[in-house]
Design a protein around this ligand. Structure first.
Ligand SMILES: *Cc1c(COP(=O)(O)O)cnc(C)c1O
Length: 372
């Protein structure tokens, strides 16, 4: 489960998951097959996988330090984790958390399948305490959209209930900035739709684990729920992942520069970015993360109206949801249902790999309301 050849992550991203042997194509072929000739193990794609997803799983498993199981989307991966739980399981979720995960957990709680508890992301002692009784501790770090960094080191090494699942949604950090399995997590979850794919052209999710029993159970759930990745999506995710290290480096340098400039802007009340010393979990981010990430949020003085105007006025930056693409996007997250904990003028910005001066010029022009 070590990264083969003990390569550094950026090198493994380039060479991992490639076909081997004389005459093999250098790149993994896109294999759009539902079934295979019988007699050699692989019979049906939903049960047995395809060469294209397996290459992606090899690449991402090697990166996180476990075995990866790929799903149709990030939410399909999340739902598979919930399927592992016994009836009546005690589930703990952070207060600032991806809305889809909250929606799924609330639905399960409403059906009486789980007991749901929410804790403040930054309240480490509460999480350490909760680990003693929880069946599933769900952490998201940095969190969406407040970018709160959880003390994974403390929480993942705390005494836990036997058999408990400690899952970390690692989407915002990517396995380059944080590897939860190495810190003691049972599962690491990625929406590969975001930075792994990196081009906003696919949906795919991945769960990585070290425990062979859990890996087998996740594969069985995928097979029975039919939550399998598409061949093209797996191919594109593999293609996108090759450049993850470069994209991440550039986009998080851009994010840091924009965060600093936004913080000095008179119309900006507050910037949320773990790379800023003013962020409440900056010290933890410095200690635990390899980089501060590509997403930042900010709050405009002038509330929802000004924030909506900014969303309409940006030109290089696109007004769109989601994150992790090569292109910068922003949206007013406080306009979304279930995000009432955010101030009205709250904007989330996913920073891409454009020239930082162009990005800043776009934001600055869109924020000059009097001169235009
Ligand atoms: C997008 C996202 C998900 C869900 O992934 P999909 O691929 O959209 O299903 C889960 N967690 C986080 C943090 C996300 O950003």
């Amino acid at each position: 489960m070590d990264r083969p050849l003990r390569l550094k992550p950026a090198s493994w991203l380039v060479v991992g998951g490639r076909p081997q042997g004389p005459g093999a194509p250098l790149n993994t072929p896109l294999v759009p097959a539902s079934n295979f000739l019988l007699g050699a193990g692989r019979a049906y794609a939903r049960d047995d996988g395809t060469p294209t997803w397996e290459a992606l799983e090899e690449l991402l498993g090697g990166l996180e330090g476990g075995e990866a199981v790929a799903f149709a989307s990030g939410m399909a991966a999340v739902a598979a984790v919930f399927e592992l739980l016994p009836l009546g399981a005690r589930v703990v979720l952070p207060q600032d958390c991806y809305p889809g995960v909250v929606g799924l957990a609330e639905r399960w709680a409403g059906l009486g399948r789980i007991a749901l508890v929410r804790l403040p992301n930054e309240d480490t002692p509460a999480w350490v305490q909760a680990a003693r009784e929880a069946d599933l501790l769900w952490l998201e770090s940095p969190s969406n959209p407040l970018l709160i960094v959880a003390d994974l080191e403390a929480i993942l090494s705390a005494p836990r209930k036997p058999g408990a699942i400690l899952a970390v949604d690692n989407t915002f950090a990517t396995p380059l900035n944080q590897r939860p399995l190495e810190l003691g997590a049972t599962l690491s979850i990625q929406s590969a739709t975001k930075l792994i794919g990196g081009h906003s052209d696919l949906l795919l999710g991945v769960v990585t684990a070290r425990d062979p029993g859990l890996v087998q159970a996740l594969r069985r759930i995928r097979e029975l729920m039919g939550a399998v990745p598409g061949a093209l999506e797996a191919f594109l995710a593999l293609r996108g992942a090759r450049t993850l290290a470069l994209r991440l480096e550039r986009a998080q340098a851009n994010a840091q520069a924009l965060a600093e400039r936004l913080q000095a802007h008179p119309l900006v009340a507050r910037v949320y970015y773990p790379g800023l010393p003013t962020h409440p979990t900056h010290a933890l981010a410095r200690r635990l993360l390899g980089g501060f990430g590509t997403v930042l949020s900010f709050e405009l003085r002038g509330g929802a109206e000004l924030a909506d105007a900014l969303c309409r006025r940006v030109r290089l930056i696109r007004h769109a949801t989601s994150l992790g693409g090569v292109e910068s996007t922003l949206e007013r997250r406080s306009a979304l249902p279930g995000q009432e904990h955010l101030p009205p003028g709250f904007i989330r910005l996913s920073v891409g790999i454009e020239d930082p001066e162009d990005l800043w010029a776009d934001l600055e022009a869109a924020l000059s309301f009097d001169g235009s």
